[in-house]
Design a protein around this ligand. Structure first.
Ligand code: 5GP
Ligand code: ZN
Length: 117
């Protein structure tokens, strides 16, 4: 995708602080980290969001989830981490190229889900 910022990172047209790369995926630090560890894992293939995945993407999605703890451990998340995939307007998605946020730090992250709504 010509104007997609994450496709530009995949192509090397926009710099990013990469923490992992293979033939299918790249992971890089979020430009505005929300915690001491905050990186994004994205498929190199442009998929706009989780809404756009198809049946043929199942193995890619499986690999994406399998890679998540591998890279998280490499980045020092030995006591756990949080994963977030924002999808569409309701999910607050800002960049329409599928990505998992992997967030961690020294301490417990603030509670995100408050019950009773
Ligand atoms: P979303 O709300 O779409 O799930 O989050 C997009 C994330 O991408 C945000 O946390 C934002 O800080 C990050 N981001 C946006 N543009 C860039 C960029 O050019 N480089 C990097 N490294 N992160 C970006
Ligand atoms: Zn893209």
């Amino acid at each position: 995708m010509e104007n997609c910022i994450f496709c530009k990172i995949v192509r090397g047209d926009v710099p990013a602080s990469k923490v992992y790369e293979d033939q299918d995926f790249v992971a890089f630090h979020d430009i505005h980290p929300a915690a001491p560890v905050h990186f994004l894992l994205i498929p190199k293939q442009h998929i706009a969001s989780l809404y756009e995945v198809t049946e043929t993407d199942q193995s890619l999605l499986g690999k994406m989830l399998w890679l998540t703890p591998q890279v998280a451990k490499q980045q020092g998340c030995e006591n756990g981490f949080r994963t977030i995939i924002n999808t569409g307007r309701v999910g607050g998605q800002e960049v329409f190229h599928l990505h998992i946020h992997i967030i961690g730090g020294k301490d417990r992250l603030p509670t995100m889900i408050h019950h009773g709504q």
